[in-house]
Design a protein around this ligand. Sequence first.
Ligand code: SF4
Length: 504
Amino acid sequence: MQTALESANRSPEAYFANREDPLHAAFKAKAVIHSGPGGMPLMGAAASEAFEASLDRPRSGKTLAYLHVPFCETRCLYCMFYQNPLDPSAAHAYADSLVKELALHAERAAQASGPVHAVYFGGGTPTALAPEDLRRVLEAVKKYLPLANDCEITLEGRIHNFDDARIEAAIAGGVNRFSLGIQTFSTEIRRSMLRVDDADTMIRRLEAIGRYDEAALVIDLIYGFPGQTAAVWENDLATAASLKLDGVDCYQLNVFEKSPLAKRIASGKLPSAADAAEKADMFARSVEFFTNENWRRLSNNHWGRTHRERNIYNALGKSSVDCLAFGCGAGGRLFGSSFMLERSLAAYHARMAAGEKPVQFLMRPGANWALLREISAAMESGAIDLSSFKVEAGGKPVDLDSIAKPVVDQWVEAGLLLRRGRHLIQTVAGQYWHVTLAQLLMRWIEGALAEAAPDERSVRAARFDMGAPGAMHRLRPAEHGAHAQRANREAAREAGDTNADRSV
Ligand code: SF4
């Protein structure tokens, strides 16, 4: 698998899975972050110019908006998304800048045209904003973004300090979905990860938020923490099911090399986190648990208990739709170009004070970008119909089903996928390995398209059953070279692909 992902290996065998134990050991290594479809990176002034040049182009189709709040009261041990300590006056000044940024391009076609279907406040800890600041920013969202009547507005955050005044400000401002990072109900593990509140506080506050009955209430759980045995995970699932939640997300713990958690494990202060096989069992148990509870499966990691939970932002976030972005460190996508805003708070404020959109980085779309993003989104949903993608290479239609067959047939044989009608459905093992499967599938298809049209450096791709705005673009050629590759990886991580994966 590593060979297939890291080289241009065109032998199907390089993509084959282990048939003996697909759940625990389908491949030698597991991809945990969606890689982007590549493209041409632009930095600084070039990025700003490219962004500015797109602003008078009207959007169409589904659209998301992402607002980033880069403050946390404390840093959790496993987190790689921590940016700045919470300081009330700094957060107040930041809310001023966010309001200005929302107003800055309110009249330009790229922001003003077409409805916005889901707004997501991520971080950081958006629930840490003071009630008055939450109110002001939400007012600006409603004033300066063309929200669809049924727009999903999510406020991500944590229970700590999410008091009644903040909840009420959020609800009054139009928030209709709370996504709260609980991670585990084990007080002992929470404390070892430097999470502040104990399990009883979490449960009491979740019950209190639920009593408002004004917004979907969704929590994140994480499996694989050091010390989180199967019994602890079982208790996490059972506690979630006992509460009046609208949905649950179950994520696996990723111990990033430079995280404080990795250092603490390496120094022996904490036991090891669960390995891939142990996490596979915990994932499989969550599937079995929520299936038995009759919750609806909304994606590989996400379940809804009630119809209030729609999960629009997360469902569309990996696809090719546009995502307007606001705030220090936010990532978005416009007409296929991914972009990231200044990550340094000082630089963000300085550029806002100068009346500039603080674009730091932009990646022009590579060849096949829309197709690859749609494949990635479909794989995340648990099923894919390759025949629904209308693709042309060298002016001729391309049948993706036939292209993928040599690899996909082996994955079916290995127990990662099932064929049902036109769809390839992931088994529980396939769901656990879905990011790896998606990356391998995209790599295989990209190689095949390049072979089908060696002289043509662009490929037309569309999926006719969805309203993706850029679906019929004539695409720019991909850039090559070490700098482009590195920047592609950075952009895939930083812009667009990770906003929805941040856990607070
Ligand atoms: S997990 Fe959330 S609250 Fe904790 S440091 Fe990271 S972003 Fe902040």
